[in-house]
Design a protein around this ligand. Structure first.
Ligand code: PEP
Ligand code: MG
Length: 592
């Protein structure tokens, strides 16, 4: 048997090994089977029955998931039920049967391809992954066209789940804390539902492996290294032993880390810091708090638009924000207004393609051009702020006039709510993201208008160093420890401290051990990151003296290049606080 090693994206940490299980796939037909005019009515009935069965299934799955994982996790099936009842989708299916005189299978297949193309054409990963929600619903309907339905079997023995793709409902049904040891998929990324679910269930997972489902046969032995982003098929005994050792080290380390969630977030010299969570779905709030998050530092509200085909109403927004605010209360929740436009186009709107999307009509620029949409979002955020723990954050601000303009809209929306007698937090803080170098240089001025700043290092570094954050050809040039970047970030933190206003870092740099120590040395106290990194960063910061970090970064700032800085800080920390870097430390946060 040949050993195969495959590289993918580790989306849920840990090491798992066991026998592969490959669920059967539904294959949409590529054949257009025609029917007579007289059969059309029957075919429409057949489709309607399948839709009804699917609705029953979804309700059943939703309840099952709510029992197994909590109500928050079952939210996705509410979304699926909405997709299922969408008149445009159902009407479209019926129209194909009627107008093309074709079988329902063909209608579903054609519609699926149409949506696949639509989502594939979107440049943004997160948006592309939402394709699976529509596909999931259509697959279920397809399966339900058969009168005798195959019962969804859940496996009874421990296994590594290997598949091309797991649709959200399949993920929720098939991933079992007890039996699913690990997950390996051809497609998917860190923000896919499978990734989120695997993380919250603590199941190691590697996605984006391209062809793992073709490389592995049922029953073969597979190792899934969710920390290193690797899958090994038919490993030799020596490799198995190597990973067993690694797993043991990892488990000991994991247990240690989990304990840190309950510990106080203070450095060795008792300086208080605040680990917070970056999340995209309201159901992530519970697991984030369990990881030690002291609030949500960044809620990426884009997802609300992605999970649906129509524009979200104020009530849709409100339901999500109030769920978040209640779930986190009394901890703060920072809701970032729509960060979209440019390459991240909204499927619901006809956004024109721009020649240079990264520098285009995006984020707050988009919101200011689309006031009606913006007002709907602001109204919902305000209404959810009743418990006084909600903050608003504006993405991609470049100049102070944008903040002034947003504030005028915000005040107007507040007046409207007052007139309607609706309660909201009158003191709701409004913050600005520092993601454009110009904004960084203007921090003091911006803070005359805003209540806090949040540094988005992913975009800030991209724009400051002129290095595309998602282009692998230049990823070696994306350097958070570049001295120019450090000067810029230090300046922002110092300006905020001088103005006695809050400053948070919510880019990936906060989730990197060295990055976090440097930021601590600059005076940063609030670190917002993907919740899975919180225990490790918390442990690292608890193991250093803030005084030492300050001294080290002061010296480091005299150095000329990122590599020198990295080596210097690592050596100094190793010398003084070696506990920061434990042996067998899980991989660092991805550098975006
Ligand atoms: C950032 O740019 O650093 C950030 C946190 O925002 P996003 O990753 O959503 O662009
Ligand atoms: Mg950004």
């Amino acid at each position: 048997m040949d050993v195969t090693r495959l590289r993918g994206i580790g989306v849920s940490p840990g090491i798992a090994m066991g026998e592969a299980l490959l669920p059967k796939r539904v294959v949409f037909t590529s054949r257009k089977e025609l029917i007579d005019e007289a059969q059309v009515a029957d075919e429409l009935k057949r489709l309607r029955q399948a839709l009804d069965r699917t609705r029953e299934d979804l309700v059943r799955v939703k309840d099952g998931v709510a029992d197994k994982l909590g109500r928050e996790s079952s939210f996705i099936f509410e979304a699926h039920l909405l997709i299922l009842d969408d008149p445009a989708l159902v009407g479209g299916l019926e129209a194909i049967i009627r107008e093309e005189r074709a079988r329902a299978e063909w209608a579903l297949s054609k519609t699926n391809i149409r949506y696949e193309r639509l989502f594939e054409s979107l440049a943004d990963d997160y948006f592309r992954q939402r394709r699976s929600d529509v596909s999931d619903v259509l697959t279920r309907v397809y399966r339900n066209l058969e009168a005798r339905r195959e019962k969804e079997r859940t496996p009874r023995k421990e296994h590594i789940l290997v598949a091309h793709e797991l649709l959200p409902s399949e993920a929720a049904l098939r991933l079992s804390k007890e039996l699913t040891l690990g997950v390996a998929l051809d497609v998917g990324g860190p923000t896919s539902h499978t990734a989120i679910l695997a993380r919250s269930l603590g199941i190691p997972a590697v996605l984006g492996l391209r062809d793992v489902s073709r490389q592995v046969r049922e029953g073969e032995f597979v190792i899934v290294d969710g920390t290193g982003g690797e899958v090994i098929v038919n490993p030799t005994t020596a490799v198995r032993r190597e990973f067993q050792d690694k797993r043991e080290r990892y488990e000991v380390y994991g247990r240690e880390l989990q304990k840190t969630a309950a510990l106080k977030a203070v450095t060795l010299d008792k300086v208080r810091f605040f680990p917070q969570a970056n999340i995209e779905l309201p159901e992530e709030i519970g697991p984030a708090i369990a990881m030690g998050a002291e609030g949500v530092g960044l809620f990426r509200s884009e997802f609300i638009y992605l999970r649906r085909e129509t524009l979200p109403t104020e009530e849709d927004h409100y339901e999500i924000y109030s769920k978040l605010a209640r779930g986190a209360h009394p901890r703060p929740v920072t809701i970032r207004t729509l960060d979209i436009g440019g390459e991240k186009s909204l499927p619901q709107l006809n956004i024109e393609k721009e020649p240079n999307p990264a520098l285009g009509l995006r984020a707050v620029r988009f919101s200011l051009r689309n006031r009606d949409l913006f007002r709907v979002q602001l109204r919902a955020i305000l209404r959810a702020s009743e418990g006084a723990n909600v903050r608003v954050l504006l993405p991609m601000v470049t100049e102070v006039d944008e903040v002034v303009e947003v504030k005028a809209v915000f005040e107007d929306v507040k007046r409207e709510l007052r007139r309607e007698g609706r309660a909201f937090d009158e003191g709701i803080p409004l913050g600005v993201m520092i993601e454009v170098p110009a904004a960084a240089a203007l921090t003091d001025v911006l803070l005359k208008e805003a209540d806090f700043v949040s540094i988005g290092t992913n975009d800030l570094i991209q724009y400051f160093l002129a290095v595309d954050r998602s282009n692998e050809f230049v990823s070696h040039l994306f350097k958070p420890l570049h001295p120019a970047v450090l000067r810029l970030i230090r300046g922002v933190i110092q300006a905020a401290r001088k103005a006695e206003k809050d400053v948070v870092v919510c880019g990936e740099m906060a989730a990197d051990t060295l990055g976090a120590i440097v930021l601590l040395g600059f005076g940063l106290r609030a670190f917002s990151m993907n919740p899975i990194f919180i225990p490790r960063i918390k442990k690292a910061l608890r193991a250093v003296e803030c005084r030492t970090a300050e001294r080290i970064v002061e010296e480091a700032m005299k150095l000329r290049g990122a590599q020198e800085i990295e080596e210097y800080v690592t050596e100094e920390i190793l010398l003084r606080h070696p506990q920061v870097f434990l042996a067998g430390l899980p991989a660092e946060a991805p550098k975006k």
